[in-house]
Design a protein around this ligand. Sequence first.
Ligand SMILES: Cc1ncc(COP(=O)(O)O)c(C=O)c1O
Length: 385
Amino acid sequence: MKLTSRARFSTICLHAGQEPDPSTGAIITPIYQTSTYVQEALGRHKGFEYARTQNPTRMALEGNVAAIEGGKAGFAFASGMAAIGAIATLLQAGDHVVVSDNTYGGTFRLFDKVLRRYQLSFTYVDTSDLAAVERAFTRQTRMLFVETPTNPVMRITDLRAAADLAHAHNIRMVVDNTFASPYVQRPIEFGADLVTHSTTKYLNGHSDSVGGVVVAVRDDDVEWLTFVQNAAGAILSPFDSWLVLRGTKTLPLRMQQHNANGMALAQFLAGHPKVRHVYYPGLPTHPQYELAKRQMRGFGGMIAFELGSLEAARRLLNAVRLYALAESLGGVESLISHPASMTHASVPPERRAAIGITDGLVRISVGIEDVDDIIADLDNALSAI
Ligand SMILES: Cc1ncc(COP(=O)(O)O)c(C=O)c1O
């Protein structure tokens, strides 16, 4: 193992989980595109039997992301939703989960439309309000599922206080860290038991792979997830594992640029007369600015802003040239979207209204282009409103 226990974040991103390939010395972990492995004799093999269970490329990524998040073990899945589905298998019929109220729409859909059929129940609360979280706990509550910052209105949950509260009630805290990325925040340091990512976003970072990971800390969770990843089988492919592994090598560099561009764009929007409100935790006007400074390193590349009407949002979205009108986030290129009709279309309108997702809300995933270009394009599009 090249890494010492004192290795710093960028070094961990580059090297953790990877050794030069033992058969050739290839510096980059190869794509082990195989379904099975030859056994030397009956009952004698190299620790690899079948590729759903073990694949060296996937295992390298799992070790890499576990180290990046500061956990004990990582598990890579075919999508972010498959990762969340695997976490849900830690629950049993009758269990109750408290969930951040503006969690990703697909997570809400999985919980509400699928898992409720298996006698699991969910209560959605504003997890930035810990008194509300505690009130939502019942004797059946087994999990607190937190997203911070939330998508798209950037509410922040105090990770340390939430973990302490969950543990005082003997409840696991899960954090979906997709939106921030582990460069910006590492929930396990604050007490989270499980961290999940859609690797589709910042971890891969190049908008060319769909995947998910879970990082666990507790031995019983590691044991169960090892079992269930193989038993249910929603594994990440070798090629996607390789792509994400390549992505994490540049995570710190990319995130520094996302952070810098995000801040500059948020400040530009905040000063623009046609923008009614900007949601960005790095602005001192954000209600949880102090908390964000405490638990985040930079404020990320996600920004939402209010234009007041569907018509204004439509004009802006049709006028931008550099920003691609697309769902998803966390890639090197800037994307723009309309949460009410795109990412959050599966959320019922009354719930959308309750969490501030209006028809005039626009979301940007700020890329790493030259900041002057992304500001100029938005400035030009705002003049079309
Ligand atoms: C915060 C968050 N969690 C989970 C997911 C689901 O990930 P995937 O699309 O890779 O299944 C997404 C996707 O947008 C997301 O934004």
